[in-house]
Design a protein around this ligand. Structure first.
Ligand SMILES: Nc1ncnc2c1ncn2[C@@H]1O[C@H](COP(=O)(O)OP(=O)(O)OP(=O)(O)O)[C@@H](O)[C@H]1O
Length: 424
């Protein structure tokens, strides 16, 4: 069903570049270069039904079950594991801050430096991660290794330990950037910052642990179940809210610079939290007259704003572009670049927008999702919005706040359609 409000047919597919690779040393390729070809599902069932992945999931679940730090107080460990991170957030943060003040009173290096920014001691970090035990390792990224940990007060955290090479090459500035940025933001849909450690060669960030994996993992069905359309819409809204918050942060707007599905972490209730401010930079202060920040190109191939690539001028609209790529990813389930597909389908956003403008949006819907009136409606509306976000010139892209409003309205209409339809 095509919405009468839609009017997308016959539009130009815009300036989505056919070659999004970038040879700059600072561009990361994590999503694309490692992308295996997307495996189309032939079922609309809510289960991924992939025996290999189911086995992997069982192993992962067994590992998680073994993961509770053995020497912690059982009660606090259990409640921490069972709590949804969003539910426990503010109370736990307050407790954490007050505990840190207590720790800080005994040692200058642990004293709270400024609101929201807390220094940890190496002792605390080692205790939380059991000396960086390999069994506590939960991930590896461009920044370094990520460990799950538990603080003295029971708070579960992700401990991000910078690679030495990262520190040598970039991290002097990068680390300060991440710390400064993280310490100033607090939003339900942003991963919370608990503190940091700078000690000799070590650069460590301690952030909120978000228990349910990345959005990319969910789109790949790594966790077993297919993410339904309603959840994808909720996630898009959560992310739009998080970025709106960053962009509209009154004193110093923040540009995330690396919005992508592997930087979106999900809570147990499938609510999204945007992570990884390693590349974030404070945006230009509009009062100073500057309109952009001119800087080294950073980001992830497939999500990069072509205008930023051309001019090196970074604005909030670069995040809007990446968000447009993310929207396409959410509705198609595909990665932004799929090198193993035939040429015209390799750049997912380009392929999806072309199908949409030709009136064939339905052909790009993630085959794991049902073709219902509500899903078809929301698919078209989301593709229409992503087309705007992907406009080649930034002045033609909507502000992130506008994106959030449009998505709210899509969700409202989607729910109304759902209530008049049996098929989800
Ligand atoms: N706060 C967190 N809570 C739970 N898991 C996390 C958290 N932060 C990171 N992880 C896990 O660690 C992995 C690596 O995260 P990291 O942010 O270092 O790199 P990345 O975003 O995957 O890659 P890149 O460096 O290219 O951005 C994530 O994919 C995720 O599985």
């Amino acid at each position: 069903m095509r919405s009468p409000l839609f009017g997308g047919r016959g539009r130009s597919s815009g300036g989505i570049p056919t070659n999004l690779s970038h040879s700059g040393t600072s561009t990361t390729f994590s999503s694309s270069a490692s992308a295996s070809s997307h495996k189309s599902a032939t079922t609309t069932s809510s289960s991924c039904k992939n025996p290999v992945k189911s086995a992997a999931r069982s192993v992962a679940e067994a590992l998680v079950a073994c993961f509770t730090p053995p020497e912690q107080d059982k009660k606090s460990s259990t409640s921490a594991f069972n709590n949804d991170s969003s539910a426990s957030s503010s109370g736990s943060r307050k407790r954490r801050s007050s505990n840190l003040s207590i720790y800080g009173s005994s040692n200058d290096s642990t004293r709270t430096k400024e609101p929201g920014s807390v220094k940890f001691t190496m002792e605390e970090i080692l205790k939380a991660t059991r000396n960086f035990s390999p069994s506590f390792k939960i991930g590896q990224g461009g920044f370094g290794t990520v460990y799950k940990g538990q603080l003295g007060d029971g708070t579960l955290v992700a401990v991000k330990r910078a690679k030495k090479i990262v520190y040598d090459k970039h991290l002097g500035v990068e680390f300060q950037s991440e710390v400064q940025t993280l310490s100033k933001v607090e939003h339900l849909n942003l991963v919370k910052f608990y503190g940091f450690l700078e000690h000799d060669d070590e650069r460590i960030l301690v952030v909120e642990y978000v228990p349910n994996g990345t959005l990319r993992e969910h789109l790949d069905c790594v966790h077993g179940n297919v993410l339904d359309f309603a959840s994808r819409l909720d996630i898009a809204i959560d992310v739009a809210h998080a970025i709106t918050y960053l962009h509209m942060y009154t004193d110093h707007p923040v540009i995330h610079r690396d919005i992508k599905s592997s930087n979106i972490l999900l809570t147990e209730n499938s609510r999204a939290k945007v992570a990884d401010f390693g590349f974030a930079r404070l945006a230009a202060d509009s009062e100073s007259g500057a309109t952009h920040v001119s800087t080294q190109v950073k980001g992830t191939a497939g999500y990069l704003d072509p205008e930023y690539l051309k001019t090196y001028q970074l604005t909030e609209k670069s995040d809007v572009y990446s968000f447009g790529v993310l929207l396409v990813e959410l509705v198609t389930g595909r990665r932004p670049i799929e090198p193993k597909r035939e040429l015209k389908e390799r750049i997912t956003a380009r392929w999806a927008v072309k199908k949409f403008t030709n009136g064939d949006a339905i052909l790009v819907l993630d085959p794991r999702l049902a073709r219902s009136p509500a899903n078809n409606f929301a698919l078209e509306k989301i593709l229409e919005l992503s087309l705007q976000c992907l406009a080649p010139h930034r002045q033609n892209r909507p502000a992130m706040k506008k994106c959030a409003e449009i998505l709210w309205s899509i969700r409202k209409d989607y729910k109304e359609l759902l209530s008049t339809s049996d098929v989800i």
